[in-house]
Ligand binder design. Structure first.
Ligand code: PLP
Length: 371
């Protein structure tokens, strides 16, 4: 079969390594014949979704014989009201997760003659999407301690650079670019280039010098800010994210996307989640407390933890310890983490900050697996 189809597949598609998601709990339980598995692998919200979002999603399930609102009218109105900073519905594009916005930017604006620029060791969807579209991707190296180096990025701009992805904060490192660096990038990147700021973890950020990309819209026309309902809002399974950009950019993305890309259930759930400030505040607090707990626990195990502005930590297991091996051992103990070997970090794992009991379970399992 493969041999028959293979000649039809363009080289860029044939060479794609499929995105490897964190293993689902049910799959691990089935494979290992165990129960009570804890998943701290995909940066999901340990509190789950807001009860208001669940109720709103359930309330519209009876309407799903009809196609959704293709323009996400009420969600866009709700977002514009909630985001402030003068954001209007015309500046918004809603996607089936922010991954769809990421893909849409490459599909809409880039050709194989262009280049997409980003940093090494960043969100894995950027290179996957570029390869799928046959668009070359250039990676600037990170600086010391996985820091963002604006000079290194600017030095890799060429006349072919069309789009820059900057995850702020970054996944998987949890590092970020502060006000001074980001403002400089927004100003100094040649104006023809689209700068896409991926703020999937923005709601978790506590760093005082972090600047909201939305506040920099006045400095640059070709600026896109992407956010998601998959993280602090706890709606990863509903698939809903959005991008803020000029109405002109939004118009082109809208032409490329599928007409009914965001389901009725997702639109209703996301809109209700947006209004549940208490759930967001609790989620932030659980994350803050969990970050302290993991920092102390991992420190006692003698492991290096990078300070993180997200809901996850990048952990250096130490030279000689293979992340893939530790990942497998942890799995057998019913704890799913993420090996960073695919990110060219063979001795690092990424751990999502869980609820107190989950973090305890993780620390116990990790101590046994390292021992
Ligand atoms: C940096 C970053 N951007 C975007 C996403 C995509 O999230 P979603 O497609 O679920 O909105 C993720 C998910 O892990 C992420 O880490």
């Amino acid at each position: 079969m493969t041999a028959v189809v293979r000649p039809l597949v363009p080289a860029n598609i044939a060479g794609l390594a499929p995105y490897e998601p964190g293993k689902p709990i049910e799959e691990v339980e089935r494979e290992l014949g165990i129960t009570g598995v804890v998943k701290l692998a995909s940066n999901e919200n340990p509190l789950g979704p807001s009860a208001l979002a669940v109720a709103a999603a359930a309330a519209v399930i009876g309407k799903v014989s009809l196609y959704p609102d293709g323009g996400s009218h009420y969600l866009k109105a709700g977002l514009a009201g909630r985001l402030g900073l003068g954001v209007t519905p015309r500046e918004l594009v809603v996607g089936s997760g922010s991954s769809e916005i990421i893909e849409g930017l490459v599909r809409t604006f880039c050709t194989p003659a262009d280049e997409v620029l980003t940093f090494a060791c960043s969100f894995v969807m950027y290179p996957i999407v570029c390869q799928a579209q046959g668009v070359p991707m250039v990676e600037a190296p990170l600086g010391e301690h996985f820091s963002y180096d604006v000079d290194a990025l600017l030095a890799r701009v060429t006349p072919r650079t069309k789009l820059v992805f900057l995850a702020n904060p970054n996944n998987p490192t949890g590092t970020y670019l502060g006000r001074v660096g980001l403002t400089r990038l927004v100003r100094e990147l040649p104006p023809g280039i689209i700068l896409a700021l991926d703020e999937a973890y923005r709601e978790y950020v506590t760093a005082p010098d972090f600047v909201d990309g939305l506040a920099l819209r006045g400095l640059r026309d070709r600026l896109v800010v992407m956010r998601t309902f998959s993280k602090i809002y706890g709606l990863a399974g509903l698939r809903c994210g959005y991008g803020v950009m000029t109405p002109e950019l939004a118009g082109f993305l809208d032409r490329m996307r599928m007409p009914f890309n965001v389901t009725t259930v997702a639109q209703a759930g996301a809109l209700a989640a947006l209004g549940d400030e208490e759930h967001v505040a609790r989620s932030r607090e659980v994350n803050r407390a969990g970050m302290v707990q993991l920092g102390e626990g991992l420190g006692k195990l003698g492991l290096g933890v990078l300070p993180s502005q997200g809901n996850f930590v990048l952990v250096d297991l130490g030279a000689g310890r293979e992340a893939n091996v530790v990942f497998q051992r942890m799995l057998k103990k019913g704890v799913i983490v993420r090996s960073m070997a695919a990110y060219k970090l063979p001795s690092h794992i990424r751990i999502t900050v869980g609820a107190r009991a989950e973090n305890e379970r993780l620390l116990g399992a990790l101590a046994e697996c390292l021992g």
